[in-house]
Each structure stands twice: as C-alpha cells, then as structure tokens.
Design a binder for this molecule. Structure first.
Ligand SMILES: O=C(O)CCC(=O)C(=O)O
Ligand SMILES: [Fe+2]
Length: 299
C-alpha cells in the first residue's frame, strides 16, 4: 500500500502493475529497485562513453540544460543496450501504454468508430554532469508540449502526455547531483510554486535501479559542487543518467526520429522500437506516407 503523504516508493518489478500505477498516480514517480543489473548498466555506459568524450566541453544550453551538462543524443541508435534493455523494458512499456495510450470514439454520420493511439518515443538522451555543476531549476518536462495542468486532488486518465524513465549509469546521491524531485507535484496547477517552502527529495539510486516519472512532475538535476574521487574509470568523474521519455501518439516527438535514426538502421530494430519511433501510424490517420502507415517502407 502507498502512504498518504507523497514520497517516492521503491517497488520490485514482480509486484503487480497496479502497484506501479497507484504509485505514479499518487506520487507522480516511482523507483524500480530491480530494474536491471550493474553488468547491463556498464555495457550501456561503455556504448555511450565515446560519444561523451567526442562532445567536449562546454555542454549544451537548451531548455533546462545550463551549459555544464554533457549529453548524448540519438541514444536509441548509439546504444543497443539502452534501446533493447532500457527503452524496450516490458514494465516501462506497459506503464507507457497505461498512462499515454488514448482511446476515443468518434462519429462518421451514424457510425461510431473507436480508435486507439499508442505512445511514441519522444526523446532518448544521456545526461552527464561533471563536478562544478550547479543544480537545475525545478521544472516540468512537459513544458515543451505547452502542457496545462488543472490542479487536482485525484489523478485522472490521460492527464499526462509524457512518461520518463531515468536509468542511472552510476550510483546517484545528493553530493553527486542526484535528480531532485517533488513527489506529488504532478497534481499541482500552473501557478508559480513557492519553491522556498516545498519539500524536495533527492532521487538517490544505486546502479541497477531506475526512476519512472510523469512529465508533469517538478524535478531537476541536483548540484555536484566538487570532485569526490569516484566514478572516474573512464578518465573523468561525472554523474551519468540515461533518460528516455515517451509521449502520447498524437504529440510531436522532441527528437525528430526520422532524421535522427537512418532508415537502414531502423530496419534492424525490433518491431516495438520501430513502432515507438513513429514507423507505425497513429489511428486514425496521423503520421502516414501516401495514406499508408509507413511501416511498409521498412520491408
Ligand atoms: O540530469 C538530470 O538529473 C535531469 C536533467 C533534466 O531534468 C533535464 O535536463 O530536463
Ligand atoms: Fe527535466
């Protein structure tokens, strides 16, 4: 059972899906304590590392990124492990389907037609912060989609259009800038929160755990003030998180998948990943080529 005060619950993946749904509805977030293994995380880190090294400093200044954060974009193509083990994780995908799929009935004259639209990958990106990085301002990632949030006490269907998955590449804790989160803030409205009075939690995680959050949850990277002499096997100390966001099938993807992932590479991906990148149209009639669902182009 969840507590009444919002917080972040740690659940095991063999717990019923409803427990994860309830935690996300109540708190806006949940930690999966046995999401993956340290070996799988090391593999993902090794795949991503060359792209981090190639990028060099300073990092991007876009949105909540303030110039210190290193990023690896096009992550679905660059890391097979992120693509197949993290993004394709059945529990994460089931939760995406639960929170983001849309089903509506519309009239064509007297005929009722019911359609379901399935989620898309919005963006997959590694966030890597070195010592000397200040905390990000707390924000909602669905700002990009101009989301509006009527304040509510009770979660309701399709309130969110984004569901994020954060897989830490190293242990994350307060001193190395673990993501700061505000459990329960997904139910807030759009007025300016009084950030001086709210209680912020550090999403501290061990390697192998993962954090799932709704796009309306206030959060931000924590500060990593000084070197700690850890996580520097790759030659540089940093805090790494592999992040994926899915969006509803009727929203624009943050990263343009058709330009980021070449068709010849997409042909080698699983059907699930192809669909989530947008190679299957949303019903009815969104995202087609020549009036056909684009999957025929992958044959
Ligand atoms: O690095 C993190 O912990 C979170 C980054 C983030 O929230 C963002 O850049 O939007
Ligand atoms: Fe964010």
């Amino acid at each position: 059972m969840g507590s009444l005060q919002p917080g972040v619950q740690r659940l095991r993946r063999d717990q019923p899906l409803e427990d994860f749904v309830r935690a996300l509805e109540q708190d806006g977030c949940v930690i999966v304590s046995d999401f993956t293994t340290p070996e799988v995380v090391s593999k993902a880190n090794a795949e991503v590392q060359p792209f981090l090294h190639a990028q060099g400093l300073p990092g991007a200044k876009v949105g909540a990124l303030a110039g210190k954060t290193q990023t690896v974009n096009r992550l679905i193509g660059r890391s097979k492990t992120v693509r197949e083990k993290f993004f394709s994780d059945p529990l994460y995908q089931e939760l995406c389907e639960h929170f983001l799929a849309m089903e509506t009935t519309a009239w064509y004259g007297d005929e009722a037609r019911t359609n379901k639209s399935h989620p898309l990958l919005s963006i997959a990106i590694t966030f890597d912060i070195p010592p000397g990085t200040p905390a990000q301002g707390l924000h909602r990632d669905d700002k990009n989609h101009h989301a509006r949030h009527p304040p509510t006490d009770r979660y309701y269907n399709n309130r969110d259009m984004l569901l994020g998955l954060f897989v830490p590449g190293c242990d994350t804790f307060k001193a190395n800038g673990a993501t700061r989160i505000v459990p329960g803030s997904h139910l807030w409205g759009d007025d300016k929160p009084d950030f001086s009075t709210i209680s912020v939690t550090d999403a501290e995680m061990n390697v192998g755990e993962a954090f799932i959050m709704l796009g309306s949850l206030y959060h931000g990277a924590g500060s990593y003030p000084e070197p700690l002499g850890i996580n520097s096997e790759s030659g540089r100390e940093s805090r790494t998180v592999h992040a994926m966001f899915s969006c509803s099938g009727v929203h624009r993807q943050e990263e343009i998948s058709f330009l980021s992932y070449p068709i010849e590479e997409v042909k080698t991906y699983s059907k699930l990943v192809q669909d989530r990148l947008g190679w299957k149209q949303s019903e009815p009639n969104l995202g087609w080529v020549d009036l056909r669902s684009p999957e025929f182009m992958l044959e």
